[in-house]
Ligand binder design. Sequence first.
Ligand code: XMP
Length: 321
Amino acid sequence: MEVKEIRLEDLDTEKFIAKKVDEISSMVGEGLAINALSGGVDSAVVTMLGHRALGDRLKTCFVENGLMREGEPEFIVSLFKDMGVHVELVDAKETFLNSLKGLDDPEEKREAITQSFYRDVFGDLVRESGARYLLQGTNYTDIEETVAGVKRQHNILEQLGIDSEAMYGYKVIEPLIQLRKTSIRQMGKALGLPEVIFNRPPFPGPALAARIIGKVTPERIDAVRGATTIVEEELADSGAFQYLAILHEDRVVGMRDGKRDFGLQIEVRCWESEDAKTGSPTRLSFDVLDRLAERMTTEVPSVVSVTYNITKKPPSTIEAV
Ligand code: XMP
């Protein structure tokens, strides 16, 4: 299926909502559907559209893959509860961590995440619930990057020739596939999501695994999670499109308490972008960079080096994996 982009200036949110609610209702009929809410704007918008279309016949899950930001599962479950949407927390930490064990190639890690998500976790959830459909928030940039061969976005199936029904036992519905991030934010606003959600910086499906170069182990996840908390606190008011911390594979010699310390390196990235298709680094002040370095080397165990990425996308990409 050829996907045609709907540009922001051509988007009438109310009409689009009505059309998508109709489409979802007629596809699912009297049956059940399931969706994964990650807390990002795309999956949040799909959750609201799906509930408008299906009410209680949509089961919304937050998959705790062990790769989420600090406090994220609790934050999202409670925020949606306040909006009247019940979100089931699914503990899939073991599944994801086992599938990533020993891998360091970026595309192999992405493939492991995809299989854990669609085959293992959702395969089981769909079988147990009797749902025949999975609703998800794939957007236009996800498809474009995968089809262009930049990187395989975790949620792309059909464009890679994967028939989800034959392979995993359910059909995938992607209501936002024609929209880019700025339009999805408009949709979030129109659907009554709070601003903390519709204006949230993007967070990738492969979560913190997209920010660990090399092997993904519990210790390395802890390091990048700690650095992520600091970046998000310090850059919340930067107005940037997205900001993140990356853990490098190589360690470097540093010093602590006057002694040699062979420690970790964190790279900070902060992006100006419209839609993630291209980007350029935010011109952060040196005071801000200084505070980031100070906090990371004192609050995240074994970090001895903090760098700032000054490369544009392209040739860089937003995430490191
Ligand atoms: P890149 O790293 O390709 O990222 O420049 C472009 C945008 O997409 C996000 N991203 C993902 N989102 N699944 C997603 O849902 C993925 O597999 C994935 N990989 C990257 C990234 O955070 C950025 O906003």
